[in-house]
Design a protein around this ligand. Structure first.
Ligand code: BES
Ligand code: MN
Ligand code: ZN
Length: 535
């Protein structure tokens, strides 16, 4: 699917040939004397069109308008949230099985800022995505082309580029999330990381069972024992900052299938445990976006990837293993495996002397029960980091909600036979999981995102959402804009005195628009060169 950004006045919009002209109409739109303005005015006056968010009116072959169909869609007061609602509704109506060429008009929005552009582009990309990797006849995208029409393309360009970069990252995360476990093994995820390393400023290093054993990752290895698929530990680097700048580390849970192991899960909906690597997929997606956006920041991505299977060699309830940190863990429930792979990745993260570490994991059914699919659970031992992530979620409409980390929640993790047990009681399950991880995150500012509810949809619309790529990238861009010592300076630490200078976002490098899309999950989103490569 192609995206293009164009300056189109109302008069020029009327002359633009396309299958569907989608016009976002705010309250009290300013009326001109072109056919489109006349349509909006008469439909509103006649009571057939309202500007409530998502309200639609469709017209076919309208006099004076070149588009085959016109869709007026209300956006209320024009917030980014309303723009998303409106574009979702409009694209749902536009899809008719054929590759549609759509003009999406944002020019009536009073202050068409970047957040509205982002909401419009991401909702369009969402409608354009189709899964095809394991179908004998992969379906074509219902959208072939989306031209985003604005009053001033030059002013909207930066926002457009950020939005399309995000769309690509989200698409990659959705694609890997959706692939069945036999088409997304740890080795294949490592292949996806290797493909990302062909993009500017990205490097990948892949560790296998031998290297992981040498590092002493006894907890991660314990989970992988029951599977015939060999584990991989993926290390990605995006080097956009200075050599000495401390990186942000993203850690993604990469359980490519979670049967529960010996503490096996019930059969119903177990297929959905192929989504248990959505944290890993979000890290891959964030790196895809970084490659396009080229911010001045260093980022490390860590993905412990393996299957959790029952087997003669699998770990058993009661087994005690030694983590890379030296702490021993009594595995009381083999289905609490996410924390067992993440804890060793957190210990590994220490070597980067990170400015912050954020882990992203489909960690607990309890978090899904607590927050549903609307907001991810956010846990942080550092208020500045927690706040920065929360705000990135609000800005990008990829929401999360702060959860507690009181010491009392760790009570149930006490063990008679090891330093810590891997489960507490049923109560507060999302928090006890976070408390377990916190024991391995004492040496840096740390946050944990539990995406069990938000990473995929079940039921008829079963599929990965690509969340929280938008939140992560928004956070990373904000960190880049704050300069190398952002977090410490906000919480008043010593490093903060080294000035939180404002580093502006670097314009995307020329090469970025032409960079190849990761092989094996070929992205469908293209940005037409006219607006994307001109830097
Ligand atoms: N991957 C699951 C969490 C999960 C379950 C996410 C269902 C989304 C939907 C995780 O590995 C798990 O099994 N967690 C257990 C922990 C329990 C044994 C303490 C859970 O949530 O039941
Ligand atoms: Mn599990
Ligand atoms: Zn799991």
């Amino acid at each position: 699917m192609d995206f293009e950004l164009k300056t189109l006045t109302p008069a020029r919009l009327c002359a633009e040939k396309c299958d569907a002209l989608v016009v976002l109409v705010p309250q009290e739109p300013s009326a001109g004397d072109d056919p489109l303005s006349a349509l909006i005015t008469s439909a509103s006056d006649g009571g057939d069109f309202e500007t409530k968010p998502g309200k639609l009116l469709q017209a076919y072959r309208t006099a004076g308008i070149a588009a085959t169909r016109v869709l007026l869609v209300g956006v209320g007061e024009g917030s980014a949230r309303n723009v998303r609602t409106a574009v979702n509704a409009a694209m749902g109506a536009v899809k008719n099985g054929k590759g549609q060429r759509v003009v999406l008009c944002l020019s009536l929005l009073k202050d068409a800022v970047a957040s509205q552009m982002q909401a419009a582009v991401l909702a369009s990309a969402d409608a354009a995505y189709v899964y095809g990797a394991t179908k004998s006849k992969p379906p074509a995208s219902p959208l072939q082309r989306v031209v985003v029409a604005v009053a001033d393309a030059a002013a909207a360009k930066t926002g457009f580029q950020k939005a399309t970069a995000l769309a690509r990252g989200i698409e990659l995360a959705r694609e890997w999330g959706n692939r069945p476990a036999n088409h997304a093994t740890p080795v294949m995820l490592a292949g996806a990381a290797r493909d990302l390393a062909k993009l500017p400023r990205i490097k990948a290093e892949i560790l296998g069972p031998k290297e992981v054993a040498k590092l002493g990752m006894g907890s991660f290895m314990a989970v992988a024992r029951g599977s015939d698929e060999p584990l991989r530990f993926i290390v990605l680097r995006y080097d956009g900052g200075g050599k000495a700048d401390a990186p942000v580390v993203l850690v993604g849970k990469g359980i490519t299938f979670d049967t529960g192991g010996i503490s096996i899960k019930p059969a119903g909906a177990m297929d959905e445990m192929k989504f248990d690597m959505c944290g890993a997929a979000s890290v891959l997606g964030a790196f895809r976006a970084l490659a396009d956006l080229q911010p001045k920041l260093n980022v490390v991505g860590l993905i412990p990837a393996c299957e959790n299977m029952p087997d003669g060699r699998a770990i058993k309830p009661g087994d005690v293993v030694t983590s890379m940190s030296g702490q021993t863990i009594e595995i009381l429930n083999t289905d609490a495996e996410g924390r067992l792979v993440l804890c060793d990745a957190l210990t590994y993260a220490e070597r980067f002397k990170p400015r912050s570490v954020i882990d992203i994991a489909t960690l607990t059914g309890a978090c899904m029960v607590a927050l549903g699919g609307v907001r991810a659970g956010l846990f942080s031992s550092n208020d500045a980091l927690g706040q920065a992530l929360f705000e990135a979620g609000e800005r990008s409409l990829d929401l999360c909600w702060r959860m507690p980390l009181d010491e009392e929640y760790a009570e149930g993790l006490k063990s008679n036979f090891a330093d810590v047990a891997n489960v507490g009681g049923r109560a507060g399950g999302a928090v006890t999981a976070a408390k377990f991880l916190q024991r391995f995150a004492g040496k840096f500012a740390w946050a944990h995102l539990d995406i069990a509810g938000s990473a995929w949809n079940g039921g008829g619309a079963k599929g990965s959402t690509g969340r929280p790529v938008a939140l992560l990238v928004d956070f990373l861009l904000d960190q880049a804009a704050q300069g190398p010592a952002a977090l410490e300076s906000r919480s008043g630490g010593a490093a903060g005195k080294a000035a939180a200078k404002n580093t502006p976002l670097k314009a995307p490098a020329k090469a970025a628009a032409k960079t190849p899309v990761a092989k094996g999950a070929k992205g469908a989103i293209k940005v037409l060169a006219k607006t994307s490569a001109k830097t």
